[in-house]
Ligand binder design. Structure first.
Ligand SMILES: O=C(O)C[C@@H](Cc1ccccc1)[C@H](O)SCc1ccccc1
Ligand SMILES: [Zn+2]
Length: 171
């Protein structure tokens, strides 16, 4: 499994670069990201979160956890005017959940694990997750949509949690 960066790690604010070629290295990264996402009970994971700054996202919104989606060089080609506000969480900001405004429906174009370009329409949780992950590739974490006060409290909580875990690991 890969190590997931914890907010407020500054590397989470790196802007990812497009993938030049879907080669064996990228396919290995995709496999490692899927293994890491499933192990962490995540619904999605962006390469930025595992400190790889290339435009790769993996998602699985299925109940059975058996429908992996790979989005390489993803683009939102259409987004609904209608917005929704759903509770979001983030593997880089554990145990924090808060509401974030997102487009209700999006049409996404991406490249798959075999290097083929494909398009799909998303609504519901999938639409929210795609937007959440694409923010990660732009160096944006969902807490940045919250008030400065909330963001500061979350930052303090995460630093404390990370310090405690590191102390625990040293014991
Ligand atoms: O850290 C990540 O990017 C993975 C997120 C993806 C995600 C965030 C918000 C909405 C959907 C997916 C984690 O899977 S958080 C899990 C989760 C999912 C829905 C609602 C709350 C928490
Ligand atoms: Zn996230």
């Amino acid at each position: 499994q890969l190590h997931i960066l914890r907010y407020p790690d500054p590397r989470l604010h790196t802007v990812a670069k497009p993938v030049a070629e879907v080669d064996a290295r990228i396919r290995q990264l995709v496999d490692d990201m899927l293994e890491t996402m499933y192990a962490a009970d995540g619904v999605g994971l962006a390469a930025t979160q595992v400190d790889v700054h290339e435009r790769v996202i993996v998602i699985d919104t299925s109940q059975e956890r058996d429908t992996p989606r790979v989005l390489i060089n993803p683009e939102i080609v259409k987004a609904s005017e209608r917005m929704v506000e759903g509770e979001e969480g983030c593997l880089s900001v554990p145990q924090i959940y808060d509401k974030v405004p997102r487009h209700a429906e999006v049409t996404v174009r991406a490249t798959n694990r075999d290097g083929e370009v494909y398009e799909f329409d998303a609504d519901g949780l999938l639409a929210v997750c795609v937007q959440h992950e694409m923010d990660h590739l732009m160096g944006k974490v969902f807490v940045e949509y919250l008030s400065l006060m909330k963001r500061d409290r979350i930052k303090t909580k995460m630093i404390k949690k990370t310090r405690e875990e590191e102390a625990e690991a040293r014991r």
